[in-house]
Design a protein around this ligand. Structure first.
Ligand SMILES: Cc1cc2nc3c(=O)[nH]c(=O)nc-3n(C[C@H](O)[C@H](O)[C@H](O)COP(=O)(O)O)c2cc1C
Length: 194
């Protein structure tokens, strides 16, 4: 399965990195990761992860660079996932900023993340968005509704308590497991109900 993953500049960009870290060793997945400049800023402010600094790289980032994931530049619209003919099977944007949500809802494709999302729409491939904002304005809610009507799965990082998660990490695992379920990627990351 060819899976594109976008990480945008909403709060919790780290969750996007954790999402890929759970699946980057899998042989059944070819993963194309794009991290927006906005996400790089939130990762710096929220997690002290500096993409520019070579002196004190974050361990997760080091593992990411060592993994077989293909990391693509959000400003390079010539990358493989920009074209429908490349054959991406699904895309997840975790987290999705209101900015990127609005662009996709309007058909604006000026970054690799927005372009790839719109390719998923036109090719009728699965697109999962995890929008993160609180509270939500009517513009963003309308954008989500319009995209949902186009078949996009709107799956925000909203906590569920039935998995009896006892830590932030296990709550994040619950979210990641749910997102993987939606993408039809088998996993046993979280405790299911029943
Ligand atoms: C620390 C920080 C937290 C942010 N949190 C959010 C957020 O939760 N949701 C959101 O939509 N935008 C948030 N933003 C604003 C986005 O980063 C900004 O709109 C940016 O242009 C998004 O770019 P992108 O869509 O290309 O990733 C945040 C910005 C910063 C610096």
């Amino acid at each position: 399965m060819k899976l594109a993953v976008g990480i945008c500049g909403a709060s919790g960009a780290m969750l996007g990195l954790k999402f890929v870290s759970k699946i980057w060793a899998r042989d059944d997945l070819e993963i194309f990761l794009v991290i927006s400049n906005g996400a790089k800023k939130t990762l710096l402010y929220e997690n002290n992860i500096d993409f520019e600094s070579l002196n004190a790289p974050n361990p997760l980032l080091q593992d990411l660079y060592k993994s077989k994931i293909k990391i693509l530049d959000d400003l390079n619209l010539g990358e493989c996932i920009s074209s429908g003919s490349f054959g991406i099977d699904a895309m997840a944007i975790i987290p999705c900023s209101m900015n990127t949500l609005a662009k996709i809802a309007c058909g604006i494709s000026d970054t690799l993340i927005t372009r790839s999302a719109i390719v998923c729409l036109k090719e009728r491939k699965k697109l999962l968005l995890a929008p993160r904002e609180m509270p939500l304005d009517s513009i963003s809610l309308n954008n989500m509704l319009n995209l949902s009507k186009e078949g996009v799965v709107i799956a925000p990082p909203i906590m569920g308590y039935y998995s009896s998660a006892s830590s932030l990490e296990s709550m994040e695992d619950f979210l990641i497991g749910k997102w993987l379920d939606i993408l039809n990627i088998k996993n046993s990351i979280y405790k299911r109900w029943g």
